[in-house]
Design a protein. Sequence first.
Length: 306
Amino acid sequence: MSTVLQLRRGTTAQHASFVGQPGEVTFDTTKKVFVGHDGVTPGGFPMARQASSAIGTSGHSGLIGANDATTPNSKFTVSSITATYRNAEGGTLTLYTGSTQTVDISQAGPVANGRDQSGTFGASAKVNLYKIYNGTTEALIASLAGPSVGPALPSGYTYWAYAGSVVLDGSANMRRMYMASSRMIFQSPPLVLSANPTLAVQSVSHAAYVPTLALDVVLNCYGSVTMPTAGEASNVIQLASGITFDRATSITENAGTGYAGYGRTVIVPNLPSQAVFSGWAYPVTVPTAVASNIAVQSFTVPNGAI
């Protein structure tokens, strides 16, 4: 007669409070993985399945998102083809099933598809969205915590994956945004410089609309220049004061009516200062008037999306 070895086993919820003995191995019947124990840590250390890697980072493929069509001020919907989740120990778990969830920041938490805190988010907050997983169900949660820390998880949820960040307006409503892989795009790019008449180079901050974790920022730079005679003037963008990073040259031909417009998109790194420098350069003739505009079109986030 053959001998059958059966390990102690239980669900993910049952494992959550189980400490076990040093070196003991149990089986999680929810996640279908073995769990190692050190005699100290509740829940132990789930081992990786073939669809997982033992240590890694979260990520996504086919990631898209947008404000909910019916309740855009508080709801945001995210879809992905695959999602790689991580837990507090750095273990990862990849799901290939594809899923769609909607988070509602008006829901007090920590709660699945709501906030991870009981209090509301403040005006102009940058809110991080996470996909979360409890071994059975995928959900979203909104948090002010960064990806290195992760959200406060609802009961039973042990895995999370940072998806992206949305920006609230002055009334604590979600700005209309789109998520496309690792890029967060404003439906109506907010101005950080509006019809500015100053010729001198000046610092322009985009911190109000871009989270500090963003990797780069796409700026729409446009406006006009008027010259007293035919001549040339250039709108310049600088990352460091005095060093031109990008320029748009406008040439006017008719004295007295020397008006020209300009426009271009500039991708800049999200520097620690969260600012660029903008101004005008003119080789000979001083412009009569200028009007400079800069709007934040989008920013890239480190969500591991491909």
